[in-house]
Design a binder for this molecule. Structure first.
Ligand SMILES: NC(=O)c1ccc[n+]([C@@H]2O[C@H](COP(=O)([O-])OP(=O)(O)OC[C@H]3O[C@@H](n4cnc5c(N)ncnc54)[C@H](O)[C@@H]3O)[C@@H](O)[C@H]2O)c1
Ligand SMILES: CC(C)[C@@H](O)CC[C@@H](C)[C@H]1CC[C@H]2[C@@H]3[C@H](O)C=C4C[C@@H](O)CC[C@]4(C)[C@H]3CC[C@]12C
Length: 372
């Protein structure tokens, strides 16, 4: 150990995204062995500049995970890589080939760079969607990492997350430069919320345009797993910290991300955040019958197809998001606690209050804001 115990170099890919910013800030606050934190992203955030000078050297690296040379250069000399970079797209914004290139090929590039440079520890941010909901709409009710479930994907995003996750788990044990084994694991967050969650802000602003009302479109009985970004980041810190000493237990494993956030429908959960911001949810049951919502979803998909040569038209409701929103998918597990002593860093009330405070600071501001 050098410099008061600070001798580790971490790389976070996608470090300027919604989850990535929580990851960077949590590492700086909670990882005492950190000497250098490399933040790798296609788009670097201005907030990074304020992190230097400090006890940890923060190194912004503008790069593209689809370019192998960028990843090798960023990884050279790093001890740990937390791979979060990806295209989160269930709205058809990106061509499926682009999603594959970033999410799958980009992950392969990270693995190959670990082997080439000798970086031994890789934590991958997968997703609940690597498992489901599947195309048959089978519910996953408070399941865990061992619950049998038929993972069937046709959509580009969930398929890419499943493929990338498999690459990471299969890479566990590969020899890296220097002859020691690569140790990998994959963390599967459910729907993440927290400061910087643009979609929550979109719901807030949509409601402001309709007099403070959101209209229920999903039955309250459909549970959707949600987890606070700060707790997801904290689970990554602990997984990265313990991979070395617990390689036999953790290597090649998947872990759902969980905390004490309540089991609710997607819309009822959002109301936990938006209610204190003055928003109300109209209806105890969906205000429109499912078949009308499905017709709207089909219409949106048709318009996207029709307009694609001219403009990328996207809408919140498409056949996939409507199906996803209407399929119960919640987790109940303690595997991360059993394997590497994970406990949520933030309780439910604090997770909620931190998110509510953030939404309120965005009150009245037009359009997306750079997060400070
Ligand atoms: N948001 C959620 O609810 C959720 C849930 C489960 C898993 N995840 C996973 O967490 C990770 C982060 O998601 P997020 O919600 O923060 O998304 P985000 O879009 O806010 O962040 C993704 C980051 O990756 C970067 N990136 C994209 N393409 C890149 C490339 N080619 N090279 C380098 N960087 C690139 C983006 O610039 C962005 O900063 C993703 O892997 C996602 O699949 C997200
Ligand atoms: C208009 C209604 C139908 C409205 O309630 C639609 C909600 C819809 C936009 C969200 C419902 C479920 C969300 C997804 C889920 O939380 C899990 C995800 C996996 C993660 O890796 C990325 C985000 C997401 C796909 C998330 C996206 C928004 C929803 C589809």
């Amino acid at each position: 150990m050098t410099d008061g115990g600070r001798d580790l170099v971490y790389l976070v890919t996608g470090g300027c995204g919604f989850l990535g910013e929580h990851m960077v800030r949590t590492l700086l606050e909670m990882e005492p062995r950190l000497r250098e934190l490399r933040v790798f992203d296609l788009h670097l955030g201005p907030w990074l500049e304020a992190l230097n000078p400090g006890p940890v050297q923060v190194t912004p690296i503008q790069g593209d995970v689809t370019r192998a040379e960028d990843v090798v250069a960023a990884l050279a000399g790093a001890d740990v890589v937390i791979h979060m970079a990806g295209l989160v797209d269930v709205w058809g914004l990106n061509d499926p080939e682009i999603i594959y290139r970033v999410n799958v090929q980009g992950t392969q590039n990270v693995i190959d760079a670990c082997v080439q440079t000798g970086t031994r520890f890789l934590v991958y941010t997968s997703s609940m969607e690597a498992l489901g909901p599947n195309t048959k709409g089978h519910p996953f009710y408070r399941g865990n990492e061992d619950t049998p479930y038929e993972a069937i994907h046709t959509q580009p995003y969930p398929r890419s997350k499943a493929q990338a996750e498999r690459l990471v788990l299969e890479a566990n044990g590969r020899k890296v430069r220097g002859g020691l084994p690569l140790v990998t694991c994959a963390l599967r967050p459910t729907g993440i919320y927290g400061e910087g969650h643009q979609l929550m802000l979109d719901f807030y602003r949509n409601a402001q345009c309709t007099g403070g009302w959101l209209f229920r479109t999903i039955p309250a009985s459909v549970e959707h797993g949600r987890v606070y970004a700060g707790n997801v980041a904290w689970m990554h810190v602990l997984a990265a910290r313990e991979l070395g000493s617990r390689a036999t237990t953790m290597g090649g494993q998947i872990y759902f991300c969980y905390d004490d956030s309540p089991y609710k429908s997607y819309e009822d959960f959002n109301l936990e955040i938006l209610g204190p911001c003055g928003i109300r949810l109209l209806g105890t049951r969906p205000l429109l019958p499912y078949f009308l919502l499905f017709l709207l979803a089909i219409l949106n998909a048709f318009l996207q197809w029709l307009l694609r040569p001219l403009v990328v038209y996207t809408a919140l409701i498409n056949p996939y998001t409507l199906s996803l929103a209407n399929t119960t998918f919640t987790v109940h597990t303690d595997k991360a606690q059993r394997h590497f002593d994970y406990q949520p860093l933030y309780g439910w009330e604090e997770s909620r209050d931190r998110t509510v405070s953030w939404v309120k600071t965005r009150k009245g501001h037009p359009g997306p804001l750079p997060r400070d």
